[in-house]
Design a protein around this ligand. Structure first.
Ligand SMILES: Cc1cc2nc3c(=O)[nH]c(=O)nc-3n(C[C@H](O)[C@H](O)[C@H](O)COP(=O)(O)OP(=O)(O)OC[C@H]3O[C@@H](n4cnc5c(N)ncnc54)[C@H](O)[C@@H]3O)c2cc1C
Length: 511
């Protein structure tokens, strides 16, 4: 079998990608876009008409090249729900082997973890003291310590494991999916051709079959033809975009843009789900967090030196070093809220920097009910897709987020953080639920886990785009293998689950 891989961005090897702390340079998407598509959403009625920001990685490795590296799988029940929705073969007991197969986990081999796989999963070697203080604060508020969010139970508080190398040569470097899977074999496999800077603009048809891809490289439009299959892996915004540009999607929408309908699939671009996130932020009385100050420049230089020497220190940070999964709804049987504790004051995706030192913690509802969509703004493939997450369009999400933020406030006020705690920045004085709701609507935005826009599902589900082998319904020779295939958002971060899906898809492809 011969494989040709097209990627719109670069080769994903640059220092900004390898050095975890440099995510803060790529994330903002301005003043220049570095390895980032940097999309925006449509104005969100649930967020007082604000537009959200949607960074997406643009390089080999995709968003795993710019993400926070947190290795989280979600909960057993998420996958069992997929199975119960008609996705046979996708229950937790079915997918566990694929999570394990992908892993080279520093924990070693066990019933739940694997070693020897392409994806390096590491313990954080040098978390900041404040992360440990935050964990202690959460314990003071009744949360149990959890040493493995991907262990028998997700519930509790602890340090994240991260997709980072832990071997001697590359210790402390980011392990994007490209660094784990692709870079090591790129020059060694004669049957693999990788073309970067190649923006796919359209899928090519031959009768009912997808026979290739048209792409733009520089000023040229080129084509690549497939003998076996085309695998679309352009993510939760751009996979539905490319399908629709190629005549696969909701007929009415395509017709309204003058695109010939080749396959009417109403589910393409529907069912968009994301983790909306809101932050509590504090000034820090101590400077052993990440900040903006003259001494911070000195700290950074020392950090770079240390990281170059042994891969540890400040430059190795995933920012969200600690986290917790908690139950907030009164009847919750399993965690329904996630906290990400961040060792800096991050505002507006690091697009707004502030003088001094601070820290922050993020709250998101793990299984939101709100559903949005992705649509085309025109038939021009170079136009950004129209992204409408419809945040907080379901009042249950708002109510639960209010409970989450109240719970988080108690942790942020706990004694263990006393030596750090300066002024509460945005939320001092907020007490009532109505005030919290106002704050959320004013400030919340994504924590980057968009999924569901080409969902797989049972044959009888009219909104399913893919069958359970990720083949596009009614079309030959085409699969979608990325986060868009998830029928529902899992209870956690979405990188490891996406990689798991790709591992499983490999078994569908190989003879
Ligand atoms: C800032 C950020 C932080 C995150 N933090 C975490 C985290 O800490 N832990 C975690 O588990 N998850 C995290 N995530 C989410 C996780 O990284 C994504 O869910 C995951 O990478 C999705 O994988 P994907 O394959 O669906 O899409 P992507 O990773 O986005 O990959 C899509 C690829 O397709 C390419 N592409 C798109 N359109 C075209 C086209 N037309 N032609 C050619 N190529 C194209 C893109 O350039 C990209 O390389 C984060 C995401 C972001 C953006």
């Amino acid at each position: 079998m011969r494989v040709c891989l097209l990627e719109a961005g670069g080769d994903g090897r640059d220092l900004l990608i390898r050095a975890p702390m440099a995510a803060a340079i790529m994330l903002p998407g301005k003043p220049i876009k570095v390895n980032n598509w940097a999309f925006e959403t449509l104005p969100q009625p649930g967020l007082k008409g604000r537009r959200g920001y949607q960074p997406r990685g643009k390089a080999l490795g995709g968003s795993s090249a710019i993400n926070a590296m947190l290795y989280v799988r979600g909960q057993r029940e998420d996958y069992d729900q997929w199975r119960d929705m008609g996705c046979e073969g996708w229950g937790f007991d079915d997918v566990l082997a694929y999570f394990k197969r992908s892993e080279n986990n520093q924990r070693g081999n066990s019933e739940l973890h694997g070693t020897g796989g392409p994806l390096s999963v590491a313990f954080q070697q040098s978390p900041r003291a404040i992360s440990k203080a935050w964990i202690e604060a959460a314990q003071q508020c009744g949360l149990a310590l959890n040493g493995d969010f991907n262990g028998p139970s997700q519930e509790g508080v602890g340090l994240h494991q991260v997709t980072q190398f832990w071997d001697d040569q590359r210790n402390g470097e980011r392990c994007s999916s490209a660094a784990g899977y692709l870079h090591p074999i790129m020059t060694q496999r004669p049957n693999l051709t990788v073309i970067t800077g190649a923006h796919a603009t359209e899928l090519l048809w031959k009768d009912r079959r997808i026979s290739g891809v048209k792409y733009r490289r520089g000023q040229q439009f080129l084509e690549v033809h497939a003998q076996a299959e085309v695998l679309l892996c352009t993510g939760a915004f751009q996979s539905p975009q490319l399908l629709m540009l190629s005549g696969i999607g909701p007929a009415e929408h395509l017709q309204s843009l003058g695109i010939e309908v080749k396959q009417d699939l109403p589910g393409v671009g529907a069912n968009l789900q994301d983790h909306l996130d809101v932050t509590l932020a504090y000034h820090s009385l101590r400077n052993d967090v990440i900040g903006v100050a003259p001494v911070a420049a000195w700290q950074l230089l020392k950090g770079i030196q240390q990281w170059r020497k042994d891969g540890t220190g400040m430059v190795a940070t995933p920012y969200a070093e600690a986290g917790a999964f908690v139950r907030c709804a009164p009847d919750a049987q399993r965690p329904d809220i996630q906290f990400h504790f961040v060792v800096a004051r991050v505002e507006d995706h690091a697009r707004r920097l502030h003088w001094g030192y601070g820290y922050s913690c993020h709250v998101c509802v793990l299984r939101p009910h709100s559903r949005g969509s992705v649509r085309l703004q025109s038939h021009d493939p170079l136009d950004a897709p129209l992204i409408d997450p419809a945040y907080l369009s379901d009042h249950r999400d708002t109510a639960l987020m209010v409970e989450g933020v109240k719970k988080l406030r108690t942790i942020m006020q706990a004694p263990a953080l006393q030596s750090y705690r300066g002024k509460e920045i945005y939320t001092a004085g907020i007490e009532t639920d109505a005030q919290w709701e106002g704050y959320i609507r004013e400030r919340a935005d994504t924590i980057y886990h968009s999924v569901g826009t080409c969902k797989m599902g049972a044959a009888h589900d009219p909104m399913a785009v893919l069958d359970t082998q990720l083949r596009v319904k009614g079309v030959l020779g085409l699969r979608v293998i990325d986060a868009s295939a998830m029928p529902t958002l899992i209870s956690g971060n979405t990188n490891a689950p996406t990689i798991m899906m790709a591992e499983k898809a490999a078994d569908f492809l190989l003879p």
